[in-house]
Design a protein around this ligand. Structure first.
Ligand code: M6R
Length: 359
């Protein structure tokens, strides 16, 4: 039930901090230690590479989690699009472990990969919001997102829940392997801090709605740019924007823009930079200046510690592993408010269904 909310999407955006808190309680034991299924852990510990397979927003959650999982578990991670992987399979490692990310657990593109990798005898985990879904039943293991039903076609709380659950898993693996970065990472505490930071962003609706109106009410196209994690979040923010507001939007690696795509920037083109990482911040800022000098209308979403005068959206500081949980929220809200402003149905965009059950 959407209650007093005009749209499910807004309700689901608002539910994200509570979902983080639920994930903490579902995946910690009485002592507060992170707890996951023992057999799943044993299987992962025996693997030499993790392949994340997913589509759309779930794929973006996989990309955003790659670095976190590698740092905590010290197992290499690759994220792949399901529709590509099944028919263009790379040379696999000796002991692959497959993780299927799927909110619905019903996505046909992902299922065809699971069928193939199961036939090849490889272990698998489905991370899904729907207990008993096809991908959950057919994989070796399941972890639930505990996000509650997601009704809006545009996925929001599933994205942040997927990153959080993958972080739980990576922390458990890293602890079992005695990895220092995992042992010293207080996940329940840091995820709690991130949940509070998400609340802070969610309370910026007035500001973000005004910016969406200023930047996006009439534009034909828009860009999100960022580097590393911020690039992956840019891809997700752009997907949100295009699928519901119908603005042609692209999430771009900030440094790559000048290698061709910058030709699309004209007077007034909105370019939104996401900046949460100290080492790449000056470079992304440089890229924003490049597009500004070609007429772009730039907007900055930046972590508090890296912010400068004139930056429009300021993100509270959270643990470096958990930044995407917070930096994605302005993008979700920008898409929501731009769509409202342009007069479209936020929850039911044209040409799309909630779960895609054909290949
Ligand atoms: O249910 P799934 O997570 O497998 O769905 C994958 C995509 O179809 C889904 O994330 C889609 O991209 C969303 N509409 C994005 O908001």
């Amino acid at each position: 039930e959407k209650g007093t909310y005009p749209y499910y999407m807004l309700k689901e955006i608002d539910e994200q901090p509570a979902t983080m808190r639920r994930i903490i309680s579902e995946y910690t034991d009485e002592t507060g230690a992170v707890a996951v299924d023992q057999e799943l852990l044993t299987s992962l510990l025996a693997s030499d590479r993790i392949y994340i397979i997913a589509c759309g927003t779930s794929y973006h959650a996989g990309l955003a989690s790659k670095q976190i999982i590698e740092q905590l578990s010290q197992i290499p991670v690759e994220a792949h699009l399901s529709s590509e992987f099944g028919y263009n399979m790379p040379l696999l490692s000796q002991k692959p472990f497959f993780i299927f990310l799927s909110q619905s657990g019903e996505t046909a593109d992902s299922r065809q990969v699971l069928v193939k990798t199961s036939e090849m005898g490889y272990p698998s985990l489905t991370i899904t919001n729907v207990a008993g879904s096809t991908l959950s039943r057919e994989a070796t293991y399941t972890m639930l997102l505990h996000a509650g039903p997601e009704i809006a076609v545009a996925s929001t709380k599933a994205y942040t829940a997927q990153i959080a659950v993958l972080t739980v898993l990576a922390k458990a693996v890293g602890e079992a392997k005695d990895v220092l970065s995992a042992k010293s990472f207080d996940l329940p505490m840091e995820l709690g801090i991130a949940a509070n930071a998400m609340d802070v962003m969610i309370n910026e609706k007035e500001l973000i709605s005004q910016l969406a109106i200023d930047y996006l009410s009439t534009t034909r196209n828009a860009f999100y740019i960022g580097r590393s994690e911020d690039y992956y979040v840019s891809m997700e923010a752009a997907l949100k924007l295009k699928e519901i507001s119908y603005i042609q939007a692209e999430g771009f690696a900030a440094g790559e823009l000048k290698h061709g795509t910058i030709a699309l920037v004209e007077d007034g083109t909105p370019v939104i930079g996401i900046i949460t990482e100290a080492v790449t911040a000056p470079h992304t800022r440089g890229n924003l200046r490049e597009v500004e000098s070609r007429g772009a209308h730039t907007l900055v979403i930046v972590s508090e510690e890296l912010s400068k005068e004139g930056d429009q959206i300021i993100l509270p500081v959270v643990h470096q592993f958990l930044r995407p949980l917070v930096s994605v929220i302005p993008g979700q809200l920008i898409a929501y408010f731009a769509t409202l402003e342009r007069g479209y149905d936020v929850d039911k965009p044209r040409n799309l269904a909630k779960s895609v059950t054909v290949e």
